[in-house]
Design a binder for this molecule. Structure first.
Ligand SMILES: CC(C)(COP(=O)([O-])OP(=O)([O-])OC[C@H]1O[C@@H](n2cnc3c(N)ncnc32)[C@H](O)[C@@H]1OP(=O)([O-])[O-])[C@@H](O)C(=O)NCCC(=O)NCCSC(=O)C[C@@](C)(O)CC(=O)[O-]
Length: 287
């Protein structure tokens, strides 16, 4: 049975876009429940400008309060050195820089061009390396962009290669708006695989049109063994209009089990974590 690594992004990618005010208590309890389900890689924080993403403003406090059992790794977004400093102070295990294959999305999401973003990431990677911290890279809009439409596979592969060359150990190829199909996702991955091995790639697929599970299966066929998912299918991106949630972790774990893959995650407890956060969102005050 092949082991598949699941990176649970619900506490960050999932919650960042919610319109209701989610308390720090709720965020911490969600993480605790995910850990109880056996989840080991959790993106729990985002050290970005609180003016850009207010929901993540308590990331340092979340990181201060989450449990730290052996084997659990916390990830956080860090767009620049300011974010990296905060992530280091908060004791995260791995940070992530997030670039894009679309110029328009890059400007809307991080206020700079693709080329400028890569230059901004360079000192983040250098400092993280000095601190012994692994860095993940995201390539948003790897298949399609809400502003530019279809993205050429080579454009996504070029950004992935640059991030890999700069030292990112894992590149999450992201279908930000869930437009990908097995055909377009495999074309994008094939372009990436000309430059870097599958072991350095992860699939991060939103499920807007219900094709994320099929995209994961197709990606496994291309040799990928790491996928991002979000408990209860939470999520979207505040700077990608129309993007709905990440593929639900519960659906991914259930399907991978059916296919004979091991994730190390207890589906019953994962579903309980999903029920917990759905209820919390329904009863939380609006921002
Ligand atoms: C990148 C910036 C900061 C540039 O924003 P900017 O305005 O160009 O940056 P700046 O350097 O001019 O700074 C402006 C202000 O932000 C502050 N600032 C600057 N950096 C930080 C920081 N790290 N932490 C806290 N504060 C920060 C800085 O201190 C300053 O504060 P002021 O002096 O005005 O009071 C901004 O555009 C930003 O925060 N963007 C984040 C957008 C975001 O988080 N989007 C969602 C995540 S990406 C995503 O969801 C996609 C993904 C990863 O899941 C994959 C996929 O599905 O595609």
């Amino acid at each position: 049975m092949a082991r598949i690594k699941i990176v649970e992004v619900g506490p960050r990618d999932g919650l960042q876009n919610e319109k209701v005010l989610i308390s720090t208590d709720t965020k911490v309890e969600l993480v605790e429940r995910l850990i109880a389900a056996g989840v080991t890689h959790i993106e729990a924080a985002s050290f970005v400008s609180p003016r850009w993403v207010p929901q993540m403003a308590d990331s340092a406090e979340v990181m201060r309060r989450v449990p730290r059992p052996a084997g659990v790794r916390y990830l956080a977004l860090t767009p620049n050195l300011q974010g990296l400093d905060a992530a280091l102070a908060a004791g995260v295990h791995e940070v992530a820089v997030f670039g894009s294959a679309s110029e328009a999305f890059s400007r809307r999401n991080i206020n700079c061009s693709i080329a400028e973003s890569l230059e901004r990431f360079r000192p983040v990677l250098a400092r993280a390396r000095d601190e012994g911290l692994k860095v993940r890279g995201y390539v948003s809009c790897a298949v399609a962009c809400p502003y530019e439409g279809a993205i050429a596979p080579e454009a996504a592969a070029e950004v992935a290669l640059r991030l890999h060359q700069m030292g990112c150990h894992e590149i999450a190829m992201s279908d930000t708006i869930g437009r990908g199909t097995p055909g377009t996702v495999c074309a994008m991955l094939a372009a990436c695989l000309k430059h870097l091995p599958a072991a350095h790639l992860a699939g991060h697929y939103h499920d807007t049109f219900g094709s994320a599970l099929a995209n994961i299966e197709a990606s496994i066929g291309m040799g990928l063994g790491t996928f991002d998912s979000s408990v209860a299918g939470l999520g979207g991106c505040p700077y990608a209009e129309g993007a709905t949630g990440n593929v639900a972790s519960e659906a991914v774990v259930a399907r991978l089990q059916e296919l004979g893959h091991d994730t190390g995650i207890d589906l019953t407890r994962l579903r309980e974590a999903g029920a917990f956060i759905r209820h919390a969102l329904l009863t939380a005050p609006r921002r």
